[in-house]
Design a binder for this molecule. Structure first.
Ligand code: SAH
Length: 251
């Protein structure tokens, strides 16, 4: 199978294992996140099951703006789709959730989401069109590297109905390069784009492969989006360098 369209099998899917366990037992162990750029970190697994009320404001805003046939990309535990189904049923049409994690997809189905598909966003055999496409919890991450951002954006444009919108969030990692006075360390402007991170996750004895994950500042996302035929507006800023953007196809 072409690497571009890969899905994850259980033995290389720590996040899926954590989601599956939490969904069944309402508790889970530590989902560890490792990267050479940061100290070891942890994603609280219950956070992946957050309700609308527990979501950050930019995610709530994205759900408020969703309308028509809606696709939740990289849906994880399905928290955004479930909130849409429960609270915004009238506002949206058909709801589809996709993820490359078979374990996460099973957990989504078990919670009552009807149209769940274990498929890679980039897989051309997935060819429906939507009024709203959601990519939340650093949606630009799926591009992996900045040079691959146009591929992601062009793919999203293909999946949009006329008049449709993409709601995507990211964070400007510039704060990692600030010294005590708040001045930016110029090192961040050298070499690769500073929002490119390589992560590995671990859950119990399940070890994932390294994967590229891209964070973008708003200006960078906007510049790439314009080049791919989108208008790109910032809907709102979050509390800590994150933002929600709305992309629509240029008339
Ligand atoms: N949106 C969820 C999960 C975010 S984590 C939330 O906010 O809680 C990112 C998710 O994207 C993971 O579940 C991962 O398996 C999925 N993913 C990564 N690359 C993908 C791709 N190319 N196509 C579909 N899903 C992808």
């Amino acid at each position: 199978m072409n690497k571009e369209y890969q899905t994850l099998s259980a033995d290389t899917d720590p996040m899926g294992a954590a989601i599956a366990e939490y969904q069944k037992k309402k508790k889970a162990g530590k989902l560890r996140v490792l990267s050479e750029m940061f100290d070891e970190d942890e994603i609280p697994v219950d956070y992946l099951f957050r309700t609308y009320k527990e979501m950050p404001a930019i995610e709530q805003k994205a759900l408020d703006l969703a309308k028509g046939d809606t696709l939740d990309v990289g849906a994880g535990s399905g928290c955004h789709s479930l909130a849409l189904q429960q609270l915004k049923g009238d506002q949206i049409g058909e709801l589809t959730a996709i993820d490359i994690s078979a374990l996460s997809c099973e957990a989504m189905k078990a919670q009552g989401l009807k149209d769940v598909r274990c498929v890679n966003l980039m897989d051309p055999s997935f060819d429906q069109k939507f009024d709203t496409i959601l990519l939340l919890m650093n949606g630009t991450g799926i591009a992996g590297k900045l040079e691959r951002l146009p591929m992601l954006l062009n793919r999203l444009r293909q999946l949009l109905k006329e008049g449709g919108q993409v709601l995507i969030d990211s964070s400007d990692l510039c704060y990692l390069y600030e010294d005590e006075d708040g001045d930016l360390d110029m090192e961040m402007l050298e070499g690769d784009y500073y929002g490119e991170v390589v992560y590995q996750m671990r859950y119990k004895n399940v070890k994932g492969e390294d994967f590229d994950w891209l964070y973008t500042d708003f200006k960078t996302l906007q510049t790439f989006a314009l080049n791919c035929g989108f208008e790109c507006e910032k809907v709102m800023d979050g509390e800590h360098y994150e933002f929600l953007a709305r992309l629509t196809v240029k008339a």
